[in-house]
Write a protein that binds this ligand. Structure first.
Ligand SMILES: [Zn+2]
Length: 86
């Protein structure tokens, strides 16, 4: 009888540990990433430097066939190409 109880307890403990590990793994990289996603840095279309999206200026670039985001440093470059500021 005692042996069975110990076995059940051991299995319970193993399941509990596995569950805790799974939860930690689930929480680890994914849970906070939702917030981070919106704060994720975007790369400048010219210099590919990662910058805060707030610091990017967006232009419609017919040559690129899309909208491009440029950082402060590359802004004059975009202005020189007379791209349409959005
Ligand atoms: Zn740039």
């Amino acid at each position: 009888m005692n042996y069975a109880v110990v076995t059940v307890l051991a299995i319970g403990a193993i399941l509990w540990i596995l569950g805790a590990l799974k939860q930690r793994r689930r929480r680890g990289p994914f849970a906070p990433s939702k917030k981070k996603l919106s704060m994720q840095k975007q790369s400048c279309s010219y210099c590919r430097r990662k910058v805060n999206p707030k610091e990017l200026s967006f232009y419609s670039a017919p040559a690129h066939g899309k909208v491009i985001g440029v950082c402060k440093a590359c802004k004059p470059q975009a202005e020189r190409q007379s791209l349409l500021r959005l």
